[in-house]
Design a protein around this ligand. Structure first.
Ligand code: PEP
Ligand code: MN
Length: 456
């Protein structure tokens, strides 16, 4: 399939795009981006697709997580390491419980643009363009900062490259060695309940590893981790400029991230986002919220995946804790009835946002946990496999979501509220959620043949 031209995509009036006041400057930026080297390789995207195919049939579980919006300011080694450490710790908890491989995907190295419900923001009578992520404009509430600036797209590329470079070094260069799990945990969690459980799990794994090594098994997979980058494909100009034809297969891939997803606000058939992503060979995600009708979703799936290719589509549902048990089952049933296998992933964040009495946009850990439980209940009832979770989290000890083992209250939010966009789980809350998911996964009965076997 041919990639549509940028002009053709622009002709579809894509939603949620910047308004640049200097089109010539934009074209210059895009020309530069088109000549930049790829950030990811087609073969890696294919490898991820085959892992997602496993998660579609109960042979793997997806853990996708990271910031709501990455920022240029958070481009530091400690911020990247912190997020990676939380994700890898969660992955260990899940792998141990699920006894299937965990597919690790960051909302990282490209997650810089945000869809917004309102075009503008008003403060004290002054209205300015809404903050749309560092890819588009600045967070500071001044006319200059909120101007849509095409040069920021080059910064997105550079920040993504730097992030991915460090992630690759961490995951392949020793940091992710299973035997150093204990050291990741130094000063890691703030709740005795969560840290005791984590410590005992890592001790158990260390003993098992020591045993295997004593038996002569010392596998590369103990030392390195496959980690993938994903982001919302929102800015048509940017995503189009990072599309390349793979020389091996002569097919088009987006080389700015392994997996790209289409947001809940931009997923209409015939729209620019679907038209662009359907032409690419990367695995794609589709976010669906409480307003999604199944007769809208089936045609989008048909567009994105006409050949029912294993691993091609991940459906990320974000229904809200009160609605997931009612809204998700008919969708799962109707999609499964088409014979198509998708990975079902739960985003328990975006349907559970509210404003605290103190004026902070927040989420309650209890609601997040409840949506995850609802998602597992739905799949248990239908006999389908809950394929993964999609979480907004950070490696820092922020106070953005209330509840959890350390019982953060609304009065605590002011203490360390750092997100520029949606509230994220902190590291303790993230690990606590991993234990909850682990308990649900270990409760699922599967035929013995589905378990990974280890031969000596
Ligand atoms: C997001 O993932 O940050 C987001 C905006 O999600 P959604 O498209 O589900 O609203
Ligand atoms: Mn978000």
């Amino acid at each position: 399939m041919n990639v549509p031209t940028l002009d053709a995509l622009r002709g579809l009036s894509p939603k949620q795009q910047p308004n640049y006041d200097d089109p010539a400057q934009l074209e210059e930026v895009l020309a530069q981006l088109r000549s930049r080297p790829p950030l990811v390789f087609a073969g890696e995207c294919d490898a991820l697709k085959s892992k997602i195919a496993d998660a579609s049939v109960g042979r793997a579980f997806i853990l996708q997580g990271g910031d709501c919006a990455e920022t240029f300011d958070s481009l530091t080694a400690s911020s990247i390491r912190g997020r990676l450490r939380v994700l890898l710790s969660m992955a260990i908890v899940l792998t141990y419980a699920a006894e299937v491989p965990v597919v690790k995907i960051g909302r990282m190295a490209g997650q810089f643009a945000k869809p917004r419900s309102a075009e503008s923001e008003t403060r004290d009578g002054l209205s300015l363009p809404a903050y749309r992520g560092d890819a588009v404009n600045g967070f500071e509430f001044t006319a200059q900062s909120r101007r849509h600036d095409p040069l920021r797209l080059l910064q997105v590329y550079n920040a993504s490259a730097a992030t991915l470079n460090l992630v690759r070094a961490f995951t392949k260069g020793g940091f992710a060695d299973l035997r150093s799990m204990h050291s990741w945990n130094a000063d890691f969690v703030r709740s005795a309940k969560v840290s005791t459980r984590y410590e005992s799990l890592t001790s158990e794994i260390n003993r098992a590893l020591a045993f295997m090594i004593a038996c002569g098994v010392d596998d590369e997979s103990f030392r390195t981790v496959d980690f993938y980058a994903s982001h919302e494909a929102l800015l048509i100009d940017y995503e189009h400029s990072l599309t390349r034809i793979d020389s091996r297969t002569s097919t088009p891939y987006n080389v700015g991230g392994h997996l790209l997803w289409i947001g809940d606000r931009t997923r209409e058939v015939g729209g620019a986002h679907v038209e662009l992503l359907k032409s690419l060979r990367n695995p794609v995600g589709l976010k669906i919220g409480p307003r999604a009708q199944v007769d809208q979703i089936l045609p989008v799936l048909e567009e994105l995946d006409p050949h029912h290719e294993p691993g091609r589509v991940t459906i990320i549902s974000r229904m809200g804790s009160k609605k997931v048990r009612d809204l998700l089952p008919p969708i799962v049933e109707k999609v499964e009835a088409t014979g198509r296998k998708v990975a079902w992933v739960c985003d328990p964040m975006h349907g559970n946002t509210f404003s605290s009495a103190t004026g902070y946009k927040t989420r309650s850990f209890a609601d997040v946990a409840d949506e995850v439980n609802g998602f597992f209940d739905v799949h248990a009832n239908l006999g389908t496999w809950p394929g993964g979770i999609h979480i907004e989290l950070t490696g820092d000890d922020v106070t953005e979501c209330v509840g959890g083992a350390s019982e953060l209250g609304e009065q605590d939010l002011a203490h360390r509220y750092e997100t520029l966009c949606d509230p994220r789980l902190n590291r303790t809350q993230s690990l606590e959620l991993a234990f909850l998911v682990a308990d649900r996964l270990s409760g699922i009965e599967r035929p013995a043949s589905d378990f990974v076997s280890m031969d000596f």
